[in-house]
Design a protein around this ligand. Structure first.
Ligand code: SER
Length: 328
């Protein structure tokens, strides 16, 4: 089936998630299945995730750079929306720059083309705070400002944002995007990012009572609890198309903290927790990123607001990791 402007029967959305077994993909799949029903949300990844997840609803093995396979699955399930969550994150991308560029760019261009050809109606594609660079203002980083990313990941996200905007302006593709900060979650760990320390620290605090941090104690970065990230993602996708005024990608903010501040918060619950610092190559990446994001456009255009601060997130993280370990 092809989607066209004059389809006037309101059809339920059938959703394909590429990269469904990743940190955000896992929880996004679960939330979208609660909203749309298990059978209307097709999870896919390059490999199987855990068994439960695969059994909950349809699952397909898809390499996000394989156009033929993606189109086959789109046609098999009459997909109307695609969430393209597959990507190589900042730290891993520095080790494999060519591969990162190929995965991050080719997958996006394939999906945008499929939308232009009207095989799908709406596209969600995440961008990142990594689009900013050392010359961007660090505090209250504006939506539009100097952008000189220093990482391959940031370069791919900035180029991707402009491709999204181009396909929207030139071909009317309904593509929506958010610049995620570091996302903190307990269900699935992130892999290969610079903000990953803020997840690892909670696990190590519970499992070992100590943590060696790869960023120094004063490195402030923008962060967000997973529940808020999922809320924002679903909210921008449910918003009226006319309210989405930015078609590159929206700044999205919630909280900002340093390794020292998160440590102090953890110590309120686990007073014996010990931290040490051993910055590595990821310190340079973090130093090139903003500290606090100005997300007022998202708040104005489609009523974005976050729920979790550092204290409430820490409570949730520690509680959930503890019960996860007990039930394992
Ligand atoms: N969390 C990502 C990373 O650290 C940033 O978008 O690479």
């Amino acid at each position: 089936m092809q989607w066209s402007e004059n389809v006037n029967i309101k059809m339920a959305d059938t959703i394909l998630i590429l990269g469904a077994c990743g940190q955000i993909g896992t929880e996004l799949t679960q939330s979208l299945r609660e909203i749309h029903g298990n059978e209307n949300v097709i999870a896919s990844d390059i490999r199987y995730g855990d068994d439960e997840f695969v059994k909950e609803g349809p699952f397909e093995i898809i390499d996000a750079t394989d156009r033929e396979k993606i189109l086959e699955v789109i046609q098999k399930y009459n997909i109307s929306q695609v969430y393209l969550m597959a990507a190589m994150l900042s730290a891993t991308a520095e080790k494999y720059p060519q591969k990162a560029w190929e995965l991050n760019m080719n997958s996006l261009l394939i999906i945008l083309e499929l939308a232009r050809e009207k095989h799908i109606k709406t596209v969600y594609w995440p961008s990142s705070i990594a689009v900013f660079g050392p010359s961007s203002p660090k505090v209250n980083t504006p939506q539009d400002t100097i952008m000189n990313p220093k990482t391959v990941y940031g370069m791919s996200k900035l180029a991707g944002e402009h491709w999204c905007n181009y396909y929207h302006d030139k071909y009317g593709v309904d593509v929506r995007s958010l610049r995620y900060p570091g996302i903190i979650s307990w269900k699935t760990k992130p892999g290969g990012g610079t903000t990953d320390y803020a997840v690892d620290i909670y696990f190590k605090a519970i499992e070992e009572g100590k943590y060696e941090c790869f960023l120094d104690e004063n490195t402030m970065l923008p962060m967000m609890y997973m529940n808020d990230a999922i809320k924002a993602t679903i909210k921008i996708m449910e918003a009226d198309s006319k309210d989405i005024q930015i078609r590159t990608s929206y700044n999205l903010g919630a909280i900002s903290f340093t390794p020292e501040e998160i440590t102090n918060e953890i110590k309120k619950h686990l007073p014996d927790f010990e931290i040490s610092y051993k910055p590595d190559f990821r310190q340079d990446i973090a130093n090139s990123w903003p500290q606090i994001i100005d997300d007022s456009k998202a708040r104005q255009d489609w009523n974005w607001s976050h729920d979790f601060d550092l204290a409430s997130m820490t409570e949730e993280m520690l509680k959930n990791i503890q019960s996860k370990i007990i039930s394992a």
